[in-house]
Design a protein around this ligand. Structure first.
Ligand code: NAD
Length: 379
């Protein structure tokens, strides 16, 4: 099979998320890293491209050069990943979609809901995919939760408890560290800090697993480290369009919580509980029944979860495999398009521009609600 041609913007040497993308895209041998503008510093980006064996004639000093160079080619890129800082996502994704490329953009898709709506419209108009990397939705047992909910195993979903709380910005002495400070500066971070950065994954997960979209929310934002202009802790109540209530807690001052992304789903017939730090087990409790541990890779999984489960039961997988499931879904859809056939329906669950748009609407609504003392805001 011919590998899909893949380009990257950002994700250069020393970046946090770039290596996970390269490991994940490489996992199934479906992509060839063919082009890139990896760094804000053109020379550093070129040197890094060389170390990755990216051909010199497809190595670029910045994304504008890459757009010009790549749009002129007949052997076009199949997918472009945008892994640059947040404020650049809209401009870069928009330009590549307009030029007819499929895009996988890091979260957040944009800085405002209006920009996200434009990207959704553009993706529909051009017929080009704009996926958003809510990578945690690629975990096998997250897909298992979604399949069990869709299958009616839990009955009507009454309540979801979603959390993403960590303690990495708890040290007041560190508040002036430039790597921390920009996140709480509205000029650079927008209307929200910890909800936009971390809590939004929990928000996406609640929507993804329940198969619902948000209707309204009420938020309480707190800046618990003195002097911060944006929130470092938030409690948000969200009403979903299928009647489910979601209670979401996100924090950056929860000392001792490492990567505290958890999801609990409570239905009429039973409850599910999953933690990102222990992603190999899902706890299922039927009403009046015993709690059962559902093992990733074990027996009785849904088709979606079996497909997303790569290595034998009892051997830890983790985040790169979750991202790899998203890359493989996209590869299936792009290959199907190329071959003029219908894609495997199991590959269609990747997070799309619409997911990015709901997130941006939620962030703006939460900031408005918090400002008005927690009033309910329609989405
Ligand atoms: P980082 O600062 O560690 O790395 C950013 C990289 O992009 C650097 O290599 C930098 O040189 C490069 N860059 C910056 N501006 C550029 C430009 N205009 N053109 C080309 N390259 C440019 O950042 P990070 O932590 O890797 O985050 C990048 C993005 O990934 C952010 O949007 C962040 O929200 C997102 N992220 C997502 C997840 C997830 O779970 N999905 C996790 C971490 C980060």
């Amino acid at each position: 099979m011919t590998r899909l041609q893949w380009g990257m913007i950002g994700g250069g040497a020393g970046s946090q998320i770039g290596p996970t993308h390269r490991i994940s895209a490489g996992m199934d041998g479906l992509y060839q890293l063919t082009a890139g503008a990896f760094d804000i510093d053109p020379e550093r980006g070129r040197a890094f491209a060389k170390s990755l064996d990216v051909p010199e004639d497809r190595t670029y000093g910045n994304w504008q050069e890459m757009l010009e160079g790549e749009r002129a080619r007949t052997d076009r890129l199949d997918l472009v990943t945008v892994a640059t800082p947040n404020a650049t996502h809209y401009e870069i994704s928009k330009a590549f979609l307009e030029a007819g490329f499929h895009v996988l953009c890091e979260k957040p898709l944009t800085m405002t809901a209006g920009e996200a709506e434009e990207i959704v419209a553009l993706s529909r108009e051009t017929g080009k995919i704009c996926a958003v990397n809510y990578g945690y939705s690629g975990y096998a047992l997250v897909r298992q939760m979604r399949a069990m909910v869709a299958n009616g195993d839990l009955g009507r979903i009454r309540l979801i408890k979603a959390e993403f709380a960590h303690g990495f910005h708890a040290d007041a002495e560190e508040a002036d560290n430039p790597r921390v400070r920009w996140r709480y500066d509205p000029a650079q971070a927008g209307t929200s800090a910890v909800f936009a950065d971390a809590g939004i994954h929990a928000f996406h997960m609640a929507c993804f697993v329940s198969g619902q979209t948000p209707s309204a929310l009420s938020a309480d934002f707190a800046s618990l480290v003195e002097g911060r202009q944006l929130e470092d802790d938030a409690m948000i109540n969200i009403r979903l369009n299928g009647g489910t209530l979601c209670r979401l807690w996100t924090s950056a001052v929860a000392v001792g919580r490492m990567h505290g992304l958890t999801l609990q789903v409570f239905g009429e017939k039973g409850g599910l509980s999953w933690q990102q730090q222990h992603p190999e087990q899902l706890y299922w409790t039927p009403v009046n029944g015993r709690t059962e541990v559902i093992e990733r890779g074990g027996p009785g999984l849904s088709e979606e979860a079996q497909r997303a489960s790569r290595i034998p039961v009892g051997h830890a997988e983790g985040m790169p495999v979750a991202f790899a499931n998203i890359y493989r879904d996209l590869a299936e859809v792009l290959s199907a398009e190329r071959e003029g056939r219908a894609p495997d329906p199991l590959a269609l669950g990747f997070p799309a521009a619409e997911d990015g748009m709901w997130s941006m609407r939620a962030i703006e609504a939460a900031a408005r609600s918090a400002k008005s003392g927690g009033s309910w805001v329609d989405l």
